[in-house]
Design a protein around this ligand. Structure first.
Ligand code: UDP
Length: 472
């Protein structure tokens, strides 16, 4: 297992964004945490240090816990490609999809257990009785039993789920059941994600959050946004008509994007209206659906608008073995577009090796976009939506999973009831592109919604309540 560095970030940074009573509650909570956790360590274990929402949240939330002088550590487990193929299939099944598999067999279970046992062996001597361990997602579920035997308080935090269970979700839960049951508490992003067989008194709902001061969300001026996007070649300013592919443009920040960077060349002009989806290359994010929806239902009405689909450089996401395949499928769908539409659709792969460079580019893209979409077919929560809302963007999201908890239809964004209905999706995007006043009104309420409900102080307070409850 690898120990990930956690920097310390003072809670006081949040003071300017919170009402005085809310900030005081946070400071009281921090004092309570220090008392409760004196001499104990709070461990987090997940499957990757970068890429995806869990890593994103741990990077920022754990910095505040360190800032509050709570001894927090973050471990990333070791796994081989077969292990990650199995756990990605379990992940998909909890979202109701099996992607060509028929289920899980004895060999899958045995392999999962073997990898878990090798990781569990490393925890002896590290985790002590009384420590608290937060295990994230299916990849780590098999560590619960060992940790409970070591005397730790174990919380299994599941970031995924589906509102209605079906025979496919049942297969995933059958796989996980024996592994998760030794945990003392179970935390989900929505109440409907918890399987009925878990004891309700041990189940908690805690929604994710973002950090307004991370590189991903920090304020940028319009000039800074344009500078970042010009430097990496994600937009052009007309000065260089023979654009080289953006991966070749190593800007002054030293950002050198990997091969495959941006498919459509030239990139959009910096003044062109931009529609954006940022996601991992995961089938359930439906990047090809966004591409088709834009090409067929937005492009004909808005010949000036461009689409950017941005995701990680697929070679860099170790716990997501499907990434390469889904990227190839998107690329194939892009190649099939008519020339005119293809020139306005851009598939960008962003470097993951440099977390800060990635975050800065995503930040700039989200701030530059006129409309940010998240047209997932299923979604645990969807931090990409929270991030865009925080930046005051007009958003169009599918009314699925945690996305529907973030957007109040017509108030702080627009929802598509059926994410496979590309005509409705396209018409909502087109409506927003045509109405800057509506975009501004939705965007400013979206930012306020995030400030109210999805910042780290609420999240940390809920964790401390849970820790207190574990001790009672
Ligand atoms: N993300 C990123 N670069 C990418 C794609 C995604 O930094 O190329 C980040 C994104 O900004 C967000 C997280 O990865 O912070 C994705 O979290 P979300 O909850 O939306 O989805 P998940 O990937 O966990 O399913």
């Amino acid at each position: 297992m690898e120990l990930v560095d956690i920097r310390a970030q003072p809670l006081e940074m949040l003071a300017g964004l919170l009402e005085p009573e809310r900030f005081e509650l946070l400071m009281r909570t921090a004092a309570r945490a220090r008392e409760l956790l004196a001499g104990r360590i709070v461990w987090n274990i997940n499957s990757t240090a970068s890429g995806g929402g869990v890593a994103e949240m741990l990077q920022t939330l754990l910095a505040y816990t360190r800032g509050a002088q709570v001894d927090t550590r973050w471990l990333v487990l070791d796994g081989d490609p077969r292990f990650f193929e199995i756990t990605k299939a379990v992940h998909n099944s909890l979202h109701g999809s099996l992607e060509g598999r028929s289920g899980f067999d004895a060999a899958d279970r045995e392999h999962y257990q073997r990898v878990m046992a090798a990781n569990a062996a490393q925890l002896h001597g590290m985790v002590r009785a009384g420590d608290i361990v937060l295990l994230h997602d299916p990849q780590t579920a098999g560590l619960a039993e060992t940790l409970a035997r070591l005397g730790a308080q174990v919380v299994w935090r599941c970031h995924i789920g589906r509102d209605q269970t079906n025979e496919i979700t049942d297969l995933g839960w059958e796989f996980l059941c024996e592994h998760v049951t030794p945990a003392h508490r179970f935390v989900f992003s929505r109440a409907s994600y918890a399987p009925a067989w878990l004891p309700p008194e041990r189940v908690r709902v805690i929604q994710p959050s973002i950090d307004p001061f991370s590189t991903k969300n920090n304020a940028l001026t319009e000039a800074e946004v344009r500078q970042v996007l010009l430097e990496v070649g994600l937009v052009h300013d007309g000065a260089d008509p023979d654009h080289v592919q953006f991966q070749r443009r190593a800007g002054s920040r030293g950002v050198l994007l990997p091969r495959g960077g941006l498919l459509s060349n030239p990139p959009p002009h910096e003044d062109a209206p931009l529609v954006l989806q940022v996601s991992r290359w995961d089938r359930l994010k439906d990047m090809p659906g966004v591409l088709t929806g834009f090409a067929e239902h937005v492009a004909p009405y808005r010949p000036d608008a461009h689409l950017v689909l941005a995701g990680p450089d697929v070679s860099g996401v170790s716990d997501d073995p499907e990434g390469m395949q889904v990227w190839a499928e998107c690329r194939a769908a892009w190649e099939c577009l008519p020339d005119r539409e293809r020139a306005r659709c851009h598939l960008a792969t962003l470097p993951m090796g440099d977390v800060d460079a990635n975050a800065l580019i995503v930040n700039a893209l989200q701030r530059h976009a006129t409309v940010v979409v998240q047209k997932s077919l299923e979604e645990g929560f969807g931090l990409t939506l929270t991030e865009a809302m925080w930046k005051g963007r007009a958003v169009v999201a599918s009314a699925v999973g945690g996305l529907q908890d973030q957007v109040t239809e017509g108030v702080d964004g627009l929802l598509v009831k059926d994410p496979t209905d590309l005509a409705t999706f396209g018409s909502l995007v087109t409506r927003l592109l045509a109405d800057p006043a509506l975009c501004a009104a939705l965007g400013s309420r979206a930012r306020e919604r995030v400030r109210h409900d999805f910042l780290g102080d609420r999240h940390l307070t809920q964790w401390v309540e849970l820790f207190a409850d574990l001790d009672s």
